[in-house]
Design a protein. Sequence first.
Length: 191
Amino acid sequence: MTSTSTISSDDELLARLRSCPPGERDAVFEAIFHAHRARVFGVCRYLCGAGGLAEDALQETFLEAYKGLSGFRGDARLGTWIYRIAVRTALRLRARQAALPDTPVDAGADAVHPHEALAARERMRHVQTAIDMLPAEQRVVLALFAVDGLGHSEIATVLGIPEGTVWSRLHNARKALAVTLGVPPRAGATS
């Protein structure tokens, strides 16, 4: 979810960027980068499935944003505009990569026994494979919702689609993941 402080700071940063002398533009953009880096990386990592590719997507996203800021009209919030660039960039890079290497999974500091770590790694690999099998439209909605915590209306704005389409894609993604992962349907859930 986007906090009001991020919104106001985005507005302030954008105003500073537009009014600052050319020599200060890089410093203001660096503040924009720091404000959005973690969330954009989360979406890139989720969509790309590999750390190295996600890093590339992050870098390309902010390079495109830097180049395009002079043409940014402000029709959407700055963060929304950057997310749009991140989604397009991550999907483009992923499409270019023929075969993804296995994503290393950190079992966490709590995993004491090597068998537990291996089991956690296998579960994560299984979940990532199931996510990778989803159509790109569903993967994107799932990433913005589950990883980044955006609401349905925010996702609709980021992707430029109706909110009903977001609901539909998210429902279909959850349903497909449940089938692939062998999760029984929830009580009262309809097909």
